[in-house]
Design a binder for this molecule. Sequence first.
Ligand code: ZN
Length: 167
Amino acid sequence: MKPPICDLCHNDFRCEYGHRGTGGGAVSFADFRALPEGAAGQAHGLEWFCDEHLASAKALSHLPHAVAMEQLRAEHGPFPEYPPLPALDPALWVIDVGPQPAKVFSVLRQATRLSPQEAKQRLAEGVFQVLGAWPAALEVWQQALVEAGATVEIRYPSSRNIQLFCR
Ligand SMILES: [Zn+2]
């Protein structure tokens, strides 16, 4: 799941939303597809909008996301690009692969979109990040990896990163 940042104007309302559930909301568009149960990441066609643009976005939610965004940009004007975000979600790490690397490999491939080659490379590194996501989404993979014999750890973003947006 992406953090609550307006898809149109890039207004960042993570703090308001995180503390009070205000500042904006999510809109599912006509091409919305829910994630398979337990999968981490962002559902297709589901985007955040700040309070200022939420109503306009909802009014166009019968359209596919890309079409709605074209109309919204035409209506509200272009907005500057914003720099890539620092990692703010906790991340699941494998600390030790354990005695059954083939099982860990299989879980890693299901949890991520890594190619077999990339997954092998991570396993060879021994200590590696599996994925970053909201904690509930990590739990499934954490459990699967433990069952596969791996030692795992959830690492939280540093408070420095959090202060960047909670002003
Ligand atoms: Zn906005």
